[in-house]
Design a protein around this ligand. Structure first.
Ligand SMILES: Cc1ncc(COP(=O)(O)O)c(C=O)c1O
Length: 393
């Protein structure tokens, strides 16, 4: 391929919606479509030692603690890298390596990934496997804990982004109160849109990342954690890079990261937090996503497409639709034709049932969702897809 034809192959060929002419809307759970203000904030090259940059980092750490209602006994440690870096950092820094075990609740790919990481690290782990579209009940978690007194840590995912299911975080935390248990939550795709009360619900550790419901760009993740746990984790982490205790101590002492920080992603996140507060904070963010999800699901059902989850199970973050059985439906073609019209949905599928997913978070509102629905209708028509009954697994 020549340089010219290579460049031409990257040139946008779709006819994107207004305001987003150069790139399609990302109907995915992150990276997601960000505001213009967030993108513009990145037109600044901060040095990692600049006093202004260090103040920004300090402000972000304190805002995240407030947002999770952490109170005075918690710390926020920012970690370079995507969400999984914070997941592995937290598992490696806080989970026991002998005598005691971690119970990982799995109902999708992200719970499974946490168990895989622990296995890889040689840390004792047991799993409660719920398949990929069923929420665990607080009672069954309690029953596993009662049957094995060597379980000292519990890890579960709040919104399992594999299907979009919301696990009953508050009820689980309530049901395990009074046990000698470290409660760890992966709230990657929910934090900022669905309430989490870390001190009130007695959660010890929570992880999330920059490019989810707070609508920043990818580049870092963060761990909110009880200070005592951090102090006790000195020397425990298997990895130098992922050592949360060391990262925290340096951030506290110098206001700097140990290694090159993602400066542009950090300043973009500061802007995203400002916009978040200005737009009405968590309740407004949650309400916008909920409306996006309702409009999307209603529109898809009107076309005859069925959802994997019932309305009480599915959250506002991402919706899973069952693949239509019509022989003209091919996901790759569907995906590409939608992308050409300015809407990038989530590529591929993760659930065991044939399905595809459409995210409802990011700088999207119901007008964008209605535009996506029109495009989906048009694409189905062009592909000749009319039998929307689900394909059998
Ligand atoms: C619940 C959950 N956990 C973990 C991750 C992993 O994050 P990343 O892909 O940023 O490493 C994701 C990503 O979407 C997620 O949704």
């Amino acid at each position: 391929m020549t340089a010219t034809s290579l460049a031409a192959s990257f040139a946008p060929t779709f006819n994107g919606p207004e305001g987003q002419e150069d790139m399609p809307y990302l109907l995915t759970p992150g990276p997601l479509t960000t505001s213009r203000g967030v993108k513009l904030a990145m037109l600044a090259d901060y040095g990692s030692r600049d006093i202004e940059f260090r103040e920004i980092v300090k402000g972000i750490r304190s805002s995240l603690l407030d947002l999770a209602n952490c109170g005075p006994n918690y710390e926020c440690v920012i970690m370079q890298g995507s969400g999984t870096f914070a997941v592995e950092a937290a598992l490696g820094s806080f989970c026991p390596s002998k005598r005691y075990k971690t119970l990982v609740v799995c109902n999708g790919a992200y719970g499974e990934r946490a168990a895989k990481i622990l296995n890889r690290l040689g840390r004792p782990v047991v799993t409660l496997d719920k398949g990929d579209s069923e929420a665990p009940s607080p009672e069954e978690i309690v029953s596993v804990l009662s049957s094995d007194r060597t379980i000292s840590h519990l890890w579960f995912v709040h919104c399992e982004t594999t299907s979009g299911i919301i696990n009953p975080i508050q009820a689980i935390c309530k049901a395990v109160q009074g046990r000698a248990l470290t409660i760890m939550v992966d709230a990657m795709s929910s934090f900022g849109a669905i309430p989490i009360d870390m001190s009130g619900w007695n959660i010890d550790v929570m992880v999330s990342s920059s490019n989810k419901c707070l609508e920043g760009v990818p580049g870092f993740s963060y761990v909110l954690v009880r200070r005592q746990l951090l102090e006790e984790s000195e020397g425990v982490c298997h990895s130098t890079v992922l050592d949360l205790c060391e990262q925290w101590r340096v951030l506290e002492r110098t206001g700097q990261f140990r290694y090159t920080p993602p400066t542009h992603a950090i300043v973009a996140f500061q802007k995203a937090l400002e916009e978040y507060t200005h737009a009405g904070g968590l309740s407004a963010r949650g309400a916008r996503y909920k409306r996006n999800a309702e409009v999307l699901v209603t529109g898809m059902r009107e076309m005859g497409i069925q959802t994997l989850l019932s309305d009480d199970e599915a959250g506002p973050i991402i919706q899973t639709f069952l693949t239509p059985r019509d022989p003209h439906f091919h996901f790759e073609t569907f995906y590409e034709m939608l992308r050409q019209r300015g809407y990038a949905i989530y590529p591929g599928k993760l659930t065991k049932r044939p399905s595809f997913r459409i995210g409802t978070i990011g700088q999207l509102d119901e007008t964008v969702i209605r535009g996506a629905l029109l495009a989906i209708r048009e694409v189905f028509r062009e592909m000749g897809v009319s039998d929307m009954r689900p394909l059998e697994s």
